[in-house]
Design a protein around this ligand. Sequence first.
Ligand SMILES: [Zn+2]
Length: 331
Amino acid sequence: MSDTPRLTFDLDEPGIRKGHLVVPKGTDSEALSLPVFCLNKGQGPRLLVTGGCHGNELEGPIVARRLVDWLPEAQTCGRVIILPVLNPPAVQAWSRNTPVDGLNLNRAFPGRGDGSVTERIADAVSRLLLPMADTIFDLHSFGPLWDFPPASTTHPIADADLMAKTLRMAQAFKLPVTLLWEYHDTPGMFDTWAHSQGKVFVCAELGSGTVGSEALAIYEAGVRNAFIALGLVEGEAECPTFRQQKSSQTLETLSSDELKSPARGIFEPRCSVLDEVKRGDLIGILHPMDSLSADSIDIRAPTTSIVCAVKSGLHVDANEGVALLARPLNR
Ligand SMILES: [Zn+2]
């Protein structure tokens, strides 16, 4: 008989509770104990905050951990469950995917109780935490390989009512960008699974590059703004300052807006995020390195757009994404 996941404490108890979500052992690993914080102040919104889904995106776990410091005093109602690290083996290894089974936790939902460790984590979260919340904030970042502005993101949702609610919630972060992101159909994403359960799920992409204190302050302000919008804490929501500006814009990007590398080589970025580009403007240059006779190749914007993400200077394969373009959402 395989064990079932369990919580070491009762989420319905009033007040502050700390304990663990226990993911049972399997053939590939011992049981995992994921620290969980729960602040229950009675009637009101039911929120789940998660970080550390991808192990090389560490802003989320830090911001989630900081919530534990200020929320007990600030929260006025409702229940907030915080799980700072969804995937401890990946975070400990600074690896996007789980080292034990090589799986991407954000492609493993709703998981399997008798599966590998990543699937067992997804199963434990799906069974025990997701049903306890109506709104989920999953704190990611674009990782170390991209330049990306602080953003709250959602994917297109077929249910128009849930789409509108989710977009409003994402905009409430008041981060520099709210992004409606059309993605190639990829099964097993946490947000897709939560949306299928009728829940409002916002994925924060808390920047990129290395973890820095200025960026963390922006992310924390964004999360606080969303808490204010939900009515969980009191206060005035305000756009955080990013590159000397306090502004927020809602953008849309389609899967066709991803620019791919035309060849294998080193990508040299020639634009910055939030640059407004016209058709033909230079986005970057691809330098093939396999031969000295191959010319460098300009990568240009196909249409008027806003640069939403650009890959750092890196060696890339042919057809690998190097930039994501976007335009103001018009709906
Ligand atoms: Zn991520």
